[in-house]
Design a protein around this ligand. Structure first.
Ligand SMILES: [Zn+2]
Length: 419
């Protein structure tokens, strides 16, 4: 087989395209494949498919293709332009790449696999592409995926806010809890953010949403009440957020108490922050060493304010184990009176906030949904923790999240035929 035939097959070139010649540049470690076309009677218009006459050719362009034995491989060609009576002068479609792509479709498919498996930095090394090229590739993949996404109204929505940089900037994220995908993200955490995330659905579509897990955040509540029919029965202020508020209150109590104790030379609370924030059963199975666990057991049964706040936090988690809405309501009344008697201001604030919103906390017993354990949300949290990707802008952040957690069909189609 001649090298021109070999590359025609490897590139999946179809009539009228063939390989004219192949150049090997050992010094630059490159293979350059030049494609040419025969002279067909007509070319299809890229818009309407109508057979049109040749108008002219574009300047020569090149596309990066999969390496050949470690040599970077480029396909070079001049794309013909047709003159369609309806659409004017247009560049014809080629089988090896999407319009405006810098890579062949086969290279893009491979690059997407690599980017899904590793960090962007890792992928740039493996693929020998730049950071910008990697981002551009992901952006294209995400747009492709979104354009192909079937229009399906999610039964269960999860709405969450994420701090992007030290609490200075926020993103609002809407998830499909049933399928574990991120649907969309928008900057900030305003009514407008929610509106933008759900922009692809009409008011009629949104009436089919059965329940929404979210935080007690006024702009979200207002916006959802405005666009989702019977939102008052569908909104679930979920366990994940309420426990997070309680952890924050506990941490405030600890910080204040630690300061007071240290002023008296008592260092008992120093370095204990993370221990209090564990769920009790998770601490048991954690990697925390035995001596620390034993010391912590002593601390939490002490008369410290922090220990009181911890007991209330741990106990609150039982709310969601109640059998019914009525049982949950009774249970919360008891917990609430314990909390208000605790004389711990941050805890009392959370208790009051939950009480104010109790009807939509108890909707849990009807819908049984929560953002806790949501695959989509957890993977985004992991990404934020690792900072394993460079989101220099919100746009980059959105691209990376949808690329990894959007449940999208990211791949360009290829025209490679078997045999
Ligand atoms: Zn046309």
């Amino acid at each position: 087989m001649r090298d021109t035939d070999l590359y025609r097959q490897l590139l999946g070139l179809e009539k009228p395209w063939t390989v004219e010649r192949v150049e090997l540049d050992v010094k630059q470690q490159q293979v350059r494949v030049f494609a040419k076309h025969e002279k067909p009677k007509s070319w299809p218009c890229p818009e309407c498919g109508k057979a049109c006459g040749l108008h002219d050719h574009e300047q020569e362009r090149r596309w990066r293709h999969l390496d050949s034995c470690g040599f970077q491989t480029f396909l070079h060609a001049r794309i013909p332009r047709v003159r369609c009576p309806e659409h004017g002068v247009r560049q014809v479609r080629v089988s090896w790449a999407e319009p405006k792509a810098r890579f062949t479709a086969l290279f893009e498919r491979f690059a997407i696999d690599v980017l899904l498996e590793t960090s962007i930095k890792g992928a740039t090394t493996i693929l020998r592409i730049s950071w910008d090229e990697a981002h551009h590739l992901m952006e294209r993949a995400v747009s492709r995926g979104i354009a192909r996404r079937p229009h399906r109204v999610p039964r269960y929505l999860g709405i969450d806010e994420k701090a992007l940089a030290k609490g200075q900037r926020y993103a609002t994220m809407v998830c499909d809890l049933e399928h574990g995908h991120v649907i969309e993200l928008a900057e900030d955490r305003t009514k407008e953010s929610v509106r933008r995330c759900l922009g692809r659905y009409s008011i009629h579509d949104l009436s089919f949403v059965e329940a929404i897990a979210m935080d007690m955040w006024a702009p979200y509540i207002q916006q959802l009440s405005a666009i989702v029919d019977h939102a008052e029965d569908k909104i679930v202020f979920d366990r994940y957020h309420i426990v997070a508020h309680m952890n924050e209150a506990l941490d405030q109590v600890r910080r204040r108490e630690n300061k007071a104790l240290r002023a008296e030379g008592d260092d008992r609370l120093v370095g204990t922050k993370h221990l209090w924030l564990y769920g009790a059963e998770n601490l048991v199975h954690s990697k925390v060493d035995l001596a620390t666990k034993l010391a912590f057991a002593k601390l939490r049964s002490s008369s410290l304010k922090t220990a009181r706040a911890w007991a209330l936090k741990e106990s609150l988690r039982d709310l969601w184990k109640q059998r019914s809405r009525a049982a949950g309501e009774r249970w919360y009344d008891e917990w609430y009176s314990w909390a208000v008697r605790s004389r711990l201001t941050p805890v009392k604030k959370v208790a009051a906030m939950v009480k104010r919103h109790l009807p939509n906390v108890l909707t849990y017993f009807k819908h049984r949904i929560t953002n806790a354990g949501s695959e989509a949300i957890n993977s985004v949290i992991q990404m934020l923790k690792k900072r394993a990707f460079g989101y220099r802008s919100f746009r980059n952040f959105r691209t990376v999240v949808l690329f990894r957690c959007g449940g999208l069909d990211l791949y360009p189609s290829t025209h490679l035929k078997a045999g």
